[in-house]
Design a protein around this ligand. Structure first.
Ligand code: ATP
Ligand code: MG
Length: 418
């Protein structure tokens, strides 16, 4: 009998792998624009690292970790998430001594012993980012905007951003108490786990996927009503920064996240297309974690996305690489000009498509639509006479007549004016 793979551990086959590469390349490119550098950390860490950071009374630590004792009698765990390891490394190598504002991203496999189903596996992959050393809500907005920028670059507009604030060690205890008072009379409706964790971690009930817990907590008090002045201001300012650059969001006061280290801002990118596996990316601020892991008292914020879920979304929304520009040309001289320009642009690192058959403008534009190019350049006879063409930004719906020149066009396509 042939040996099969392990349940919940997937192969990624050649056809599929292109999507993965596209996602990874897009992350590297977009995160690079925001000054993030890659960090590569080990898969195996001391079990203690996760217990201390993620929290003892969480699903991950209580029942999802792949932990074992190695041949040297050390308790080790295959990482269930990336933040703990990144922060461990940040502290161990004193990255804060160079600059306390570190901007790091990582990608790779994570391991959780969960019930495998669509969008939920035992080995899955995350791409995540962490920004340390900034208390100002500009950091929160920057990280969120980068995440949304990444999804926009993939052509995925469906997952929507939800944000919340979990308060800080000053104001969270009061909320915890309020929630406990509220849950006390409803304990019978909670699932076994949430009832057991009522004393140690009552917030978990808000994050629980069981129907009983969902119903019992439907009208639970909102954490947002318990924020101290500092946390309330932080939340307002984060939103102001988001609005400043048109990053769309909704407030979800029930979102508590499955890890204990979060403070203040938490967020999720949520989709309606993957059933119960609705979170495509998630994260938050962790202002005490670095110190708790033995480092300096520096704040941090970060997120992780589930790559398998992004791949599934690309399938739902029909994945196609978006060329930077589609060139449409009217008439033979314009076609020649278009061809020359296309080759020149491709050498300048701009991806270009055109209609090789020279059909009507209407059919060329249909092709541009099909490719969903970011820009269209239309070279008509009149414009060509002036040495010009019309460049249209398809996302913004604005167009202008510009001189035909590969450098000029490459610049506009790579750095579109807002
Ligand atoms: P969920 O609520 O779906 O269990 P989570 O809150 O446990 O997610 P995080 O720990 O915040 O997830 O991890 C960030 C992202 O990693 C999730 O939003 C999701 O996209 C992905 N992810 C988490 N667990 C799995 C898994 N077992 N299989 C595939 N992707 C996962
Ligand atoms: Mg989970």
């Amino acid at each position: 009998m042939a040996i099969t793979g392990i349940k919940g551990f997937n192969d990624i086959l050649p056809n599929e792998v292109e999507k993965w590469q596209h996602i990874e390349n897009t992350a590297r490119r977009v995160f690079g624009l925001y000054g993030f550098s890659e960090i590569r950390i080990p898969i195996l860490e001391k079990t203690e690292l996760f217990a201390r950071s993620i929290g003892d009374a969480t699903d991950i630590v209580e029942k999802e970790m792949y932990s074992f004792t190695d041949k040297g009698d050390n308790r080790v765990t295959m990482r269930p998430e990336g933040t703990a390891g990144v922060i461990r490394s940040f502290i161990e190598h004193k990255l804060h001594a160079q600059d306390q504002v570190a901007k790091l991203y990582y990608m790779g496999p994570m391991f959780r012993y969960e019930r495998p189903q669509k969008g939920r596996y035992r080995q899955f992959h995350q791409i995540g980012a962490e920004l340390t050393g900034v208390t100002d809500p500009m950091a929160d907005a920057q990280v969120l905007t980068m995440l949304c920028h990444f999804f926009a670059e993939l052509g995925l507009t469906e997952p929507s951003l939800q944000i919340n604030s979990l308060g800080c060690p000053e104001c969270r205890p009061a909320y915890r108490q309020k929630l406990k008072d509220f849950l006390r009379s409803r304990l019978d409706s909670l699932c076994d786990d949430c009832r057991r964790r009522y004393e140690t971690n009552p917030l978990r009930a808000l994050d629980c996927k069981s129907t009983g817990c969902k119903e019992a907590t439907a009208d639970a008090p909102s954490v947002l009503d318990s924020l101290c002045a500092g946390c309330a201001e932080h939340f307002v300012k984060t939103q102001q920064y988001l609005k400043e650059t048109g990053t769309a969001y909704e407030i979800n006061p029930r979102m508590v996240r499955g890890l204990d280290y979060y403070t203040r801002t938490t967020f999720e990118l949520v989709t309606g297309l993957l059933g119960a596996q609705s979170a495509v990316a998630a994260g938050g601020r962790y202002d005490s974690l670095i110190e708790e892991l033995g480092g300096p008292a520096l704040p941090g914020i970060g997120f992780a996305m589930g790559v398998e879920r992004v791949v599934l979304l690309l399938a739902e929304q029909e994945f196609r690489k978006r060329p930077d520009i589609f060139i449409a040309a009217l008439g033979e001289p314009a076609r020649k000009e278009a061809y020359r320009l296309m080759c020149e642009l491709q050498r300048l690192d701009v991806s270009v498509e055109m209609d090789y058959e020279g059909k009507s403008l209407k059919s060329q534009m249909r092709r541009a639509d099909k490719f969903r190019s970011r820009f269209t350049l239309i070279i008509g006879e009149d414009e060509l006479g002036r040495g010009n063409a019309v460049l249209k930004n398809m996302d913004e719906g604005v167009q202008e007549e510009i001189p035909i020149g590969a450098q000029e066009i490459a610049g506009r396509v790579k750095y579109p004016a807002r």
